[in-house]
Structure formats: structure tokens, C-alpha cells
Design a binder for this molecule. Sequence first.
Ligand SMILES: [Fe+2]
Length: 189
Amino acid sequence: MKLSVQKTLEQVKSVLISSKSTGPDPVYFVFKELEHEKWANITIIQNGKIGIEYPKTFGHYHSTNVNETYQVLAGEGVMQLNKKHINEGKWDPALVDEVYLIKAKAGDEIVITPEFGHSWSNTGDFPLITCDNWTAGHHPSDYEEVEKHHGLAYYLTEEKGKAKAIPNPNYRCSPDPIWITAEEFAKLS
Ligand SMILES: [Fe+2]
């Protein structure tokens, strides 16, 4: 396998709750060209804290109308999903219709349909390692709106040893997040 992405703290600071926070650096790595029939990429997200926030991936939407499947190989994390708000056929990126915060552990699989933006946060004490089947690549526009709004709709932070979701004020209004396990989420579809 080959290293395809190494995201430094500097590269993700635009989507953090505070751009001045310090923490694990690089924040995460993505490897591609796995010798495995089902999976295309492995992502390794460092554990620890960036200020009050859990280390996370940048977050993105897909411009291709294809599902993506993730499996957690090791560690514990929360996958944030933001459902696109469509108004008269047009995406309004400052609003989201639904927010899922999916608690996942090793062995869990999460299928993401194209209407959801997504990002992993490592809420555990060890690196979070996930694999996914995404082979369509990414266009810069997949990240644009997330960067413009300084992250997805919620920041995943730690308070008194527990995960706490803080609304991102750069969205006009966000629905309350739905905390759910990966198993429960799989039953919804
Ligand atoms: Fe994706």
C-alpha cells in the first residue's frame, strides 16, 4: 500500500473549533492501493486532543452518486454525517437537514449514501484505523463548503471525559444531532 494523504495540523486548522489549537501532528494518514479485494483506502487518525476537540478528518461531500462503505479496523470513533439541504433542486450548504453522530468500534461498518457529508473523529485512546471502498477520488469541490463553514455542523469535543457535540456557529441553523451506534444506523436504511 502507498501513503496518499498526510494531513498536518496546519492543513486542518480551517475546520477546527479553534484554529490556534495544538495537538497530534500530522492529524491523520490515508493509505491507498491496498492489496484487498473490497477495500481501497486505510485511514489512520491519531488519538489525543486538538485543544478541546478530538482529532478528525477534514470532512467532505461526494460529487459522485455512489455509496461509500467504511469499516472500523481498530479503535473507537464517531462518524458525523450531515444531510444536504436541498431547496428547489439546489443544495444550500449553510443548512443541513439531519445530523447523525455514529458511535463506531472495531468491526462496525457504516454505509454512507451520496446526500451525506462526513468526517471521522477519534474519540478513543488509541489510533482510529478505518478502511473504505472509495475509488472515485476527490474533487476540490468535495471539501470547499466544509472549509468555507469551518467544519461540519458540529464539533466533537471532550467534556469531563465524555464526548460533547458543540454546534458550529457558521451554519444558519442545525438540527439536534442524533447519537446512534453503527448497528442502529445500519437498521435505519
Ligand atoms: Fe467520503
